[in-house]
Design a protein around this ligand. Structure first.
Ligand SMILES: [Zn+2]
Length: 249
């Protein structure tokens, strides 16, 4: 099996990569899209990717690594990450086919239990991959059945977890990016307990197989609430949790 992992530098994709490297004997291709936007988080994400790739090479096993860039810095809108990922996955699959005459079987994105991507976005991403794969067969979108982000962090261990970057809107203090501590990704991270072990735990994750997107069971709250409403309620829940934690400390 030949698998392509889209590595963003965040927790979910790092977790997916480590599981794939540790639990399968797939030929693994890792790809990072340097997705440049006006939020200026692309450089710190690239730094995170470089650290994660180096760590996994040295401590888990071999794989190949490529990267491409999309520059939306002058645009007010940035498009959907899943669609950009599918678009690039198609290019990578066709390039791989042109140079090796082999097809990539699947492309993998990371997604945690509290991710609110609507189900049709999986299909949109897959469609983009299909449309943009000029030669050979387009790979199929797979993901690990979603688990909560704390479990992902525990699986990774603190060394790798500390290399990942989550903030969507970093603040720059003397040109150095720092987490804003206000966006949903930051709040989600602030309420975590640090992983117990330093290195990946390698303990089996129950009820979380690597599945084609059609078989991934969506978290039920996503069906009853609109994406924006869900986002707000998650933000509120994360704030409450954070306040409670600060009281305890
Ligand atoms: Zn943030």
């Amino acid at each position: 099996m030949i698998s392509l992992v889209m590595l963003s530098g965040g927790l979910d994709s790092a977790y997916s990569l480590v599981r794939l490297l540790s639990e399968t004997d797939d030929e693994v291709l890792v790809h990072h899209i340097h997705l440049m936007t006006s939020t200026n988080r692309h450089d710190v994400e690239l730094e995170a990717v470089a650290k994660i790739v180096k760590y996994c090479h040295e401590n888990i096993r071999e794989f190949s690594y490529t990267q491409t860039a999309i520059d939306h810095r002058k645009m007010a809108a940035h498009g959907y990450d899943m669609v950009s990922a599918g678009f690039e996955a198609g290019v990578i699959a066709a390039s791989y086919h042109l140079t090796t005459q082999k097809n990539i079987d699947r492309w993998i994105v990371g997604l945690a239990e509290d991710d609110i991507i609507p189900r049709h976005r999986f299909k949109d991403g897959q469609d983009c991959c299909d449309f943009n794969c000029q030669t050979g067969n387009a790979p199929e979108l797979y993901m690990y059945q979603q688990i909560n982000p704390q479990a992902e962090a525990d699986y990774l261990g603190s060394d790798l977890f500390d290399m990942t970057w989550s903030c969507r809107k970093p603040k720059f203090v003397e040109d150095k990016p720092e987490p804003c501590t206000e966006c949903l990704a930051c709040l989600r991270r602030l309420v975590f307990d640090p992983p117990q072990s330093k290195t990946p735990s390698n303990s089996p994750i129950e009820n979380s197989a690597l599945l084609p997107w059609r078989l991934v069971t969506r978290v039920s709250e996503g069906k009853s609430l609109g994406a924006e409403q869900l986002n707000r309620s998650r933000l509120e829940a994360a704030r409450k949790l954070l306040a409670a934690k600060q009281k305890l400390n």
